[in-house]
Design a protein around this ligand. Structure first.
Ligand SMILES: Nc1ncnc2c1ncn2[C@@H]1O[C@H](COP(=O)(O)OP(=O)(O)OP(=O)(O)O)[C@@H](O)[C@H]1O
Ligand SMILES: [Mg+2]
Length: 464
């Protein structure tokens, strides 16, 4: 006989179970680590022992067949194309049936917008879509659909937050794709905690995942992030889902960058760039052109261009640096789109190896477009922009900088330099500063490649 579903409060630090919620874990004395969880009843049928004569080990456990991988039949199911080119691209070529995708991002960045657009496109292509909104009223969603047009009004809507009801409805309707906006508003009656708490979010996500795998419905869930990347936000969910899409970018700007930070069905770190308009998010075909589009006339100091590989394609980005006299107390270091510790390291290298002291200077660094420049290949551009700002001398407007800076001031080669330089040449760059050892065998047409061995050599080239 199957037992009853029971809940427990498990410590996320040490894993100890408690019968009721309390602030402090009895076992490891950690605070605020207890999370409500369902303890599933033992599956009675399965636990009936199939002995196979192997007495002793298989106590209560079922013995299952273990086929070789080549004996497993089936091919990857056909992906659904949304025809939002950049969206399909970020997913690795379209929506995979039965997959679960988490879409995260700051409030108001466009999560609901893109999912409604995707639902509308798929509905128009004959794949039934179900949009579950627990966050906004049906009327609010309808008003957005009015604005977006393009078939959004044909999408079926379910205004519900109870997971059991959502799953029952979905089982009945059998949509090809289901959007759940958002996972933080959905709750299961099996747990006592309020919607949005860690236990609820985890349990609801796990059950939606199971539904996706069993039914073949592709499930998209919106996940909120709190200011500090809050625990009930995407971070907890990332392990459960197949794909994580994250909106980067400044909300004040009209373009948005969607990045696949995890993808079980395609390459990770792929980015798609969109422009936010009244009709929704419109894919931008040439991100490099967009990011370099608003550059100043080339007379101001502190701006350098780099070529990074985002996922599978090269993108040119402008890095801006401003080093200004510190007004008061400890000088500030402010970064947007770049790692603060990496900046501290580069400042130290510039100080030690090129004699540029930032001890009395505030430093501001900005990657234009709100993109995260996470690759070390951006080091050289950051160093060049910083030096340019300190000397107040503009860098050549049509130069691109690609290289990693070592602690000794040496410039290291980076991967796929040919593809980066080809993109730079395509965007009208005329010179490229790269590591001496990493020079391409053949420079793209119209681009002069300058090999620089170390920081001192680059400074000499740029500011002699
Ligand atoms: N009439 C409009 N014209 C152009 N853009 C609009 C218009 N109305 C809303 N927007 C854009 O849509 C954004 C809101 O998008 P959306 O509701 O999809 O965001 P979200 O990520 O779902 O936010 P939340 O986390 O609050 O649910 C606004 O920040 C704004 O930029
Ligand atoms: Mg929303």
């Amino acid at each position: 006989m199957a037992g009853k579903v029971r809940t427990t409060y498990r410590c996320t630090e040490c894993g100890a179970d408690h019968s009721k919620w309390q602030g402090k874990c009895d076992a490891c004395a950690a605070w605020n680590t207890l999370v409500e969880e369902i303890v599933a009843p033992p599956a009675s049928k399965r636990s009936e022992r199939r002995t196979n004569g192997s007495a002793g080990f298989a106590d209560g456990g079922a013995v299952l067949p273990t086929p070789r991988l080549r004996e497993i039949v089936g091919t990857e199911s056909h992906r659904f194309r949304t025809d939002l080119a950049e969206f399909d691209f970020v997913l690795g070529g379209g929506v995979v049936p039965g997959s679960m995708v988490l879409v995260g991002g700051e409030p108001g960045i466009g999560k609901s917008t893109i999912l409604l657009q995707v639902a509308a496109r798929l509905e128009a292509a004959g794949h039934r879509a179900l949009y579950v909104s627990g966050e906004e009223s049906p009327l609010q969603v309808k008003l957005r659909a009015d604005r977006l047009g393009g078939g959004s009004l044909d999408v079926a809507l379910l205004g519900e937050t109870n997971l059991e009801t959502i799953l029952a409805t979905a089982h009945e309707r059998r949509p090809a794709v289901m959007m759940v906006d958002s996972i933080q508003t959905v709750y299961t009656g099996d747990l006592e905690g309020a919607p949005g708490n860690v236990g609820q979010v985890r349990e609801c996500a796990a059950r939606l995942m199971r539904f996706a795998k069993e039914s073949g419905t592709a499930v998209f869930v919106v996940g909120h992030v709190t200011k500090g990347g809050g625990i009930a936000g995407p971070k907890t969910l990332e392990h459960i889902v197949d794909t994580v899409l994250y909106f980067e970018g400044e909300q004040s700007l009209d373009y948005r960058v969607l990045r696949a930070t995890k993808n079980r069905f395609g390459s990770a770190d792929e980015i798609g760039v969109f422009r936010m308009t009244t009709e929704g998010l419109i894919p931008v075909e040439n991100p490099s052109a967009l990011f370099l589009g608003d550059r100043a006339d080339g007379t101001s100091s502190g701006s350098a261009v780099t070529a990074l590989i985002e996922g599978s394609r090269p993108v040119l980005l402008e890095i801006q640096a401003l080093a200004a006299k510190a007004g008061y107390g400890t000088p500030q270091r402010v970064c947007t789109g770049f790692d603060g510790r990496r900046l501290a390291l580069l400042l130290a290298v510039l100080d030690k190896r090129a004699g540029l002291s930032f001890a009395q200077l505030d430093v501001f660094l900005n990657v234009v477009g709100g993109v995260q420049a996470g690759e070390p290949a951006a080091d050289l551009a950051v160093a060049a922009a910083l030096a340019s700002s300190v000397y107040d001398r503009a860098l050549p407007r049509d130069a691109v900088f690609v290289g990693e800076l070592g602690l000794g001031g040496e410039i290291r080669p980076v991967s796929q330099v040919e593809r980066r330089l080809a993109e730079a040449a395509k965007m009208g760059m005329r010179s490229a500063y790269v590591a001496t050892r990493g020079q391409p065998r053949k420079a793209p047409k119209g681009l002069t490649v300058v090999g620089v061995a170390d920081l001192t050599a680059m400074m000499r080239e740029l500011f002699r």
